[in-house]
Write a protein that binds this ligand. Structure first.
Ligand code: SF4
Length: 375
């Protein structure tokens, strides 16, 4: 364990709008997409946010949506990020528009360094069940080839749903052959609005322990062939043999590929909302990580996260005996309210662990992709 103190991630997120050319039923912005609201960030406002984040010391950004390739000034925003000293500019995309090689070249010329592609199936039918777009699997596979051809970093986000979980072993086997730099497995965790939409119901994962068993089995089979794999939105007790891959909010705060939560809330909901969450988190009794913060940004990020984790996540009876409860956010509150606290056993017993990077730092670190490209 380092004695230097915790330091919050140097990455921030810029949501460029809520418009999308796919129709994934678990999307956080599915309500806006149903109503036609696009929430598009103007170029001027995007530049101002980048300037603020750069002054805040951030050196990496995720450009997200909706679908950011629909933004009319995407290349301008990428170039502005690089001019302001943002070294890693990452695009999170469904891969529909990046199937066109000239679009990839334009983005690379503007200064893009990395892409995260959303891939939800190892075959067309399974992927397109999720995206709702015929031909989208072929296009995301083409995007992968285009981006690799330009020597951009390529990571993959795979949302694990009730539809693809039964195929997770084959899915991971296929992703191993694609060889992305990093694979994020996100257990379907829709917003409350998306979760209650009728179309999302067949995709929702409600049996987290069963999902954990399926994921563990697939990782046991293919883990050696895969790039670094992160498991998000699933607590340690669901995948106890793969604890080093688990990223609850307490691990994500310090991960180079994740977002600063203070800037995220400030940009999405306003500075007042971020400040209120920090103050609320500061007066709550501490149930989270126990390590010194290296700076005030980290202190604020931990307080804001404490407030948000209390709102959205909950611990249960098994957690009282679990040595990881300080570094685990537990289960989604909405899920527990509907289905009760899952039948799990404490992930670890014994001495309480307070370092959120307990499984992340050092020799077992699986956070970063294998390759770090410099442009
Ligand atoms: S604290 Fe609770 S939810 Fe988290 S790993 Fe332990 S038993 Fe599971």
């Amino acid at each position: 364990m380092s004695s230097a103190g915790l330091r919050v991630t140097g990455r921030f997120v810029l949501h460029l709008g809520t418009r999308c050319n796919a129709r994934c039923p678990f999307c956080y912005f599915s309500t806006q997409q149903r109503t036609g609201a696009d929430g598009e960030l103007t170029l001027r406002r995007a530049r101002r946010r980048v300037d603020l984040a750069a002054r805040w010391g951030k050196t990496a950004v995720d450009l997200s949506g909706g679908e950011p390739t629909l933004h009319p000034h995407l290349e301008d925003i990428v170039a502005h990020c690089r001019r302001r000293g943002i070294e890693r500019v990452t695009l999170i995309t469904n891969g529909l528009r990046t199937a066109a090689a000239d679009r990839c070249s334009a983005l690379a010329d503007a200064g893009l360094t990395d892409v995260i592609l959303s891939v939800h199936g190892h075959a067309a039918a399974l992927h397109e069940t999720h995206t709702g777009v015929p031909g989208s699997w072929r296009r995301v596979v083409q995007s992968f080839a285009n981006l690799r051809g330009l020597d951009l970093g390529v990571r993959v986000n795979t949302v694990l749903t009730q539809r693809n979980l039964e195929h997770v072993e084959r899915l991971l086997g296929w992703l191993a052959t694609m060889a992305p730099d990093e694979l994020n497995l996100l257990v379907c965790n829709p917003s409350q609005a998306a979760a209650s939409a009728a179309g999302a119901q067949p995709f929702r994962v409600v049996d987290y322990p069963a999902a954990g068993r399926a994921i563990s089995h697939a990782l046991d089979r293919h883990g050696d062939l895969l790039p670094p794999v992160n498991i998000r939105f699933l607590p340690f007790c669901c995948v106890p043999d793969h604890a080093g891959r688990v990223r609850t909010q307490w691990q994500k705060l310090f991960e180079a590929h994740e977002w600063d939560p203070v800037l995220h809330v400030a940009f999405q909901r306003g500075a007042a909302a971020a400040l209120a969450a920090i103050v609320a988190g500061a007066v709550m009794t501490s149930s989270g990580p126990r390590r010194r913060c290296a700076d005030v940004q980290t202190w604020a990020a931990l307080r804001l996260s404490r407030c948000r984790m209390r709102m959205y996540y909950v611990h249960g009876a098994p957690c009282a005996a679990c040595a990881l409860r300080r570094i685990c956010t537990g289960f989604p509150r909405a899920l527990v309210a509907e289905h009760g606290f899952p039948r799990v056993r404490p992930a670890r017993r014994g001495r309480l662990i307070g370092d959120p990077q307990h499984f992340v730092s050092g020799a077992g670190c699986e956070t970063m992709g294998r390759r770090v490209r410099r442009r």
